[in-house]
Ligand binder design. Structure first.
Ligand SMILES: Cc1ncc(COP(=O)(O)O)c(C=O)c1O
Length: 377
C-alpha cells in the first residue's frame, strides 16, 4: 500500500454523530454523505453510522443520482434523499423506492412521471413517487420560492402520482455570527409550514438545519436535521459557537522519503521560490497537488514530525513536497503528519483552509482518490 494515506477515524465519526444526536434530542437525523462522505469514503461512513443500532440515522442524503444508487447498492434500509432534482438525462434510470428525489417545479414532476411510466413494465416502478419539496427561503439556488410554494405544494398534494414525504429549505448564513438573515429564512419557512397545516396539507417530514443551524439555531430543528461537515469533525465556520464537541475524522499521513543537505544560497523546487539562508536539511515527502495537497500551500504550510512543527518549503509539485528540518536528527522512513494531531501538536484542515482562503469542506473533499483511506475504529 502507498505509505501516503488518509487515516479515517471512525470512532471520531461516531463520537461526533452521537454528540449531534444528544444535541437534537428526539429529532430525526438525515446524515449528509454526498461527495463520498465529504471525501471520507461513503461505504465505511454509512456502515459505521448504521452500526449504532437504534441511534442510527433515519435518512441519508446525497447530491446526485449516482451517489444515491451507490447507497442503495450498500443494501442499507434508510431512504436516501437526492438534493439535486432529477434531470431529463436521468430518464430511464431505475428509481428504487428507497430513493427520494427533490422536486420544486412541474418539469421535475413530468420527468419523474415519464421515468416511472417508462420502467413500469419492470417491477421497480413506484405506485406513488415519494418526493421531498425544496423551498427557497433566500438562498436563491434551488427550490420553489417561499411565496409561491403554498400553491405548488397544494397542487402536488392533490396529485395522486406523488406522495410528499418531506419538505425542506436550506440556510445561507446559519454558520455566521450575525444570524439575522437565517432568522428571516426561518420566519419565511415557518409561515409556509403554518399555512400548509392550516390548509390541511401534510408536508411530511420537515427539515432545515445544516451543521450551522444544528449548532446555533435549535428553533430550526423541525422534525429532522441534516448534518454534513459536523459529522466529519469540523465546525462549518470559525464564527459558530462550539455547542457540540467535535473531533476531526480525517488525518493525512506520509513519511520522510529522502533527505538532502543544502548550502546557503541553494534553492528548492520549481521556480526557485525558497533559498536556504544557512546550511540545512531538506526532506521530501511523497504527496503533491495530484493528491489534493493544493499548490497554493507552497512555502506556507507546515507538518508535524517527531513532535515538532516544520515549514514546507519550495513549490508544491504534483507528487512531492519538501520541508526544511534544519539540523535536526530526522531519518528516512519517519512518519510525518500533514493534517491531524500528534504528540500534543495539531495541524488540521482549518490550518490549510486559512492559507487557501477556503473551508475544511473543500479540503477533505479534494483529497484525491490516489490517497488510500485507512479506516481506524
Ligand atoms: C441541502 C443541504 N443540506 C445540508 C447540508 C449539510 O451542510 P453542512 O455540511 O454545513 O452541515 C448541505 C451541504 O452542503 C446541503 O446542501
Amino acid at each position: 500500500m502507498r505509505p501516503t494515506y488518509a487515516e479515517i477515524d471512525l470512532s471520531n465519526l461516531k463520537f461526533n454523530y452521537i454528540n449531534i444526536r444528544k444535541k437534537v434530542k428526539n429529532k430525526k437525523i438525515m446524515a449528509v454523505v454526498k461527495a463520498d462522505a465529504y471525501g471520507h469514503g461513503v461505504k465505511e461512513t454509512v456502515n459505521a453510522l448504521n452500526s449504532l443500532g437504534q441511534r442510527k440515522p433515519e435518512y441519508y442524503a446525497v447530491a446526485v443520482l449516482e451517489e444515491a444508487k451507490e447507497l442503495v447498492g450498500l443494501k442499507i434500509k434508510q431512504p436516501v434523499l437526492i438534493f439535486e432534482p432529477i434531470i431529463k438525462e436521468d430518464i430511464d434510470s431505475v428509481l428504487f423506492k428507497q430513493i427520494i428525489p427533490t422536486v420544486f417545479n412541474d418539469e421535475h414532476l413530468r420527468i419523474l412521471l415519464k421515468n416511472n411510466k417508462q420502467i413500469s413494465s419492470g417491477s421497480k416502478a413506484q405506485s406513488r413517487i415519494r418526493v421531498h419539496v425544496k423551498i427557497d427561503t433566500g438562498m436563491n439556488r434551488l427550490g420553489v420560492k417561499y411565496n409561491e410554494a403554498l400553491n405548488f405544494v397544494h397542487r402536488l398534494s392533490r396529485n395522486k402520482n406523488f406522495l410528499i414525504d418531506g419538505m425542506y429549505t436550506h440556510f445561507a448564513t446559519s454558520d455566521e455570527k450575525d444570524k439575522e438573515f437565517a432568522y428571516l429564512q426561518l420566519e419565511r419557512f415557518n409561515k409556509l409550514v403554518f399555512e400548509l397545516k392550516a390548509a390541511g396539507i401534510r408536508p411530511g417530514v420537515i427539515h432545515a438545519a445544516n451543521s450551522g443551524a444544528i449548532i446555533d439555531i435549535p428553533d430550526a430543528y423541525f422534525d429532522m436535521v441534516r448534518p454534513g461537515i459536523s459529522l466529519y469533525g469540523y465546525y462549518p465556520s470559525t464564527e459558530t459557537t462550539e455547542s457540540i464537541r467535535l473531533k476531526p475524522v480525517m488525518s493525512i499521513v506520509s513519511y520522510v522519503a529522502s533527505i538532502k543537505e543544502i548550502e546557503p544560497g541553494e534553492s528548492v523546487s520549481y521556480g526557485r521560490l525558497f533559498y536556504a539562508e544557512r546550511y540545512t536539511k531538506i526532506i521530501s515527502v511523497p504527496i503533491g497537488y495530484a493528491d489534493g495537497y493544493n499548490r497554493n500551500l507552497t512555502n506556507k504550510s507546515k507538518a508535524i514530525l517527531n513532535g515538532k512543527i516544520y515549514n514546507q518549503v519550495g513549490r508544491v509539485t504534483m507528487d512531492r513536497i519538501m520541508f526544511d528540518v534544519g539540523n535536526d536528527n530526522v531519518k528516512v522512513g519517519q512518519k510525518i503528519i500533514l493534517m491531524g494531531k500528534d504528540k500534543g501538536l495539531k495541524y488540521d484542515a482549518w490550518d490549510w483552509s486559512h492559507i487557501l482562503g477556503t473551508i475544511p469542506y473543500e479540503i477533505t473533499c479534494n483529497i484525491s482518490k490516489r490517497v488510500p483511506r485507512i479506516y481506524k475504529d
